[in-house]
Design a protein around this ligand. Structure first.
Ligand SMILES: NC(=O)c1ccc[n+]([C@@H]2O[C@H](COP(=O)([O-])OP(=O)(O)OC[C@H]3O[C@@H](n4cnc5c(N)ncnc54)[C@H](OP(=O)(O)O)[C@@H]3O)[C@@H](O)[C@H]2O)c1
Length: 332
C-alpha cells in the first residue's frame, strides 16, 4: 500500500480506502462484511469511510464491530452527516442540533471516542454556514473529530466555507469527497483547481463507477447474479445511471488497454483516479474479499500519457465533465 497526505494536512491516508455504502447492513451479510474489512486490513488499507445514513445507520455499527480489536492509532475512520437518520425535522441537515446528535450516535455505533475525519455529506441551504462550521470547530476542540471535510460541494461552496473559517478562526476544511472516475470527471474544471490552491485533498467515491468499469456488465446481457445491478435494496437504482448500452459498449473497449498493462479493468480504473495528484485516496467498495485484493493492486501504478490518451479515445463522448452536475438538494 502507498500513502498520501490528506490535502495539506499532516494526516496520511492509504491511497486506497475501503467504504461500506450499499454493502454493510444491506447487500451483504455481516460475515461477508467482516471478511472484506479483514481483507482490507490484510492488504494494508488503513482508511475506512462510512456515513451515519448508510443502511439506515446499520453500516456504521457493522464497521464498528468489524474493526473491533484493531489498534485505533493504526486506523483512519471517516464518517459523514447530512442525510436523514430519523423521521424528525431535525434528524437531518447541518444544524448544530443534528450535527451534535449525529456525531454522538456515530461514535457509539463505531465504538470509538473520535473520528479522524468528519464530512458534511452535502451542502445544507437551510442552515447558515457559520453555524455548521462553528459546530464542526467545537467538535474538533472537544477531540471528537480530528479533521473536517465536505462531500459533493461545489467550488463556490468550498470557497465560502474557507473564507468564513479564516475570518472566524475556525478549523479549515482539509478534504472533499466527490464522485470521480474515468466516466465522471465533473470536479476537474473547478473543484480540483481550487482544492490545489487551498490544500484540500479529494477522497473520491465510486472510482470503478460502482462496478461498471470492471467490464462485468456486458451490453445486451443480464447483469451477473449477486452484482450491484441486481440488488433490489437500492444498489440497482444507484447504478442505473451507467447501465445503458452506450456506456457499457464503450467500457468494453477499455479491456485491451488493461490487458496490455497486465492490469484488471478494476485496477486500471482505480489507478486512473490516482494519477490525479489532488486525489488523496480512492474509496473502493466490495461485496467479496477477493474484490478488495484485486483492487488494492492499483496502488502505486503509473499510467503514461499514451495510456491516458487511449482511455479518452475509447470512452469518447460518454465522459461527463460538467461542473454543474455537483448538486446538493435545495431542501434537506
Ligand atoms: N460521499 C458520497 O456521497 C458517496 C456516495 C457513494 C459512495 N461513497 C463512498 O465511496 C465508497 C465506494 O463507493 P462504491 O461502492 O460505489 O465504489 P466502487 O468501488 O466504484 O464500486 C464498488 C462495487 O463494485 C463491485 N466491485 C468492486 N470491486 C470489484 C472487482 N474487483 N471486480 C468486480 N466487481 C467489483 C462491487 O459490487 P458488486 O459485487 O455488488 O457488483 C462493489 O460493491 C462507498 O462505500 C462510500 O464510502 C460516498
Amino acid at each position: 500500500m502507498e500513502f498520501r497526505h490528506l490535502g495539506r494536512s499532516g494526516l496520511k491516508v492509504s491511497e486506497i480506502s475501503y467504504g461500506n455504502w450499499l454493502t454493510h447492513g444491506s447487500q451483504v451479510e455481516e460475515d461477508a462484511a467482516k471478511q472484506c474489512v479483514q481483507a482490507a486490513l490484510d492488504e494494508g488499507i488503513t482508511t475506512f469511510d462510512t456515513a451515519d445514513v448508510y443502511a439506515g445507520t446499520k453500516a456504521e455499527a457493522v464497521l464498528g464491530r468489524a474493526l473491533k480489536g484493531v489498534r485505533r492509532e493504526s486506523l483512519e475512520i471517516f464518517t459523514k452527516v447530512y442525510w436523514p437518520t430519523g423521521p424528525g425535522q431535525n434528524d437531518r441537515g447541518l444544524s448544530r442540533k443534528h450535527i451534535t446528535e449525529s456525531i454522538h450516535a456515530s461514535l457509539r455505533r463505531l465504538q470509538t471516542d473520535y473520528v479522524d475525519l468528519y464530512q458534511a455529506h452535502r451542502f445544507d441551504f437551510e442552515t447558515p454556514l457559520e453555524e455548521t462550521l462553528k459546530t464542526f470547530d467545537d467538535l474538533v476542540r472537544q477531540g471528537k473529530v480530528l479533521y473536517v471535510g465536505v462531500s459533493e460541494w461545489t467550488a463556490e461552496q468550498i470557497s465560502q466555507a474557507l473564507k468564513i473559517a479564516d475570518e472566524m478562526g475556525f478549523d479549515r476544511i482539509v478534504s472533499s469527497q466527490p464522485q470521480y472516475s474515468m466516466l465522471w470527471r465533473v470536479i476537474e474544471a473547478e473543484v480540483v483547481p481550487l482544492s490545489e490552491k487551498e490544500g484540500i485533498g479529494q477522497i473520491v467515491w465510486s472510482p470503478i463507477a460502482q462496478g461498471v468499469l470492471t467490464g462485468k456488465y456486458v451490453p445486451g446481457q443480464q447483469p451477473p447474479a449477486g452484482s450491484r445491478a441486481t440488488d433490489t435494496n437500492g444498489g440497482a437504482n444507484m447504478i442505473s445511471r451507467f447501465m445503458n448500452d452506450d456506456v457499457l459498449t464503450r467500457v468494453q473497449e477499455l479491456k485491451p488497454i488493461a490487458a496490455d498493462l497486465g492490469l484488471t479493468m478494476a485496477q486500471l480504473a482505480i489507478a486512473w483516479v490516482l494519477q490525479n495528484p489532488n486525489v488523496s485516496s480512492a474509496i473502493v467498495g466490495a461485496t467479496r474479499p477477493e474484490q478488495v485484493s484485486d483492487n488494492v493492486k492499483a496502488a502505486g501504478v503509473k499510467l503514461d500519457d499514451e495510456v491516458l490518451r487511449r482511455i479518452d479515445e475509447a470512452l469518447g463522448d460518454i465522459v461527463e465533465r460538467d461542473p454543474a452536475k455537483t448538486v446538493s438538494p435545495r431542501n434537506r
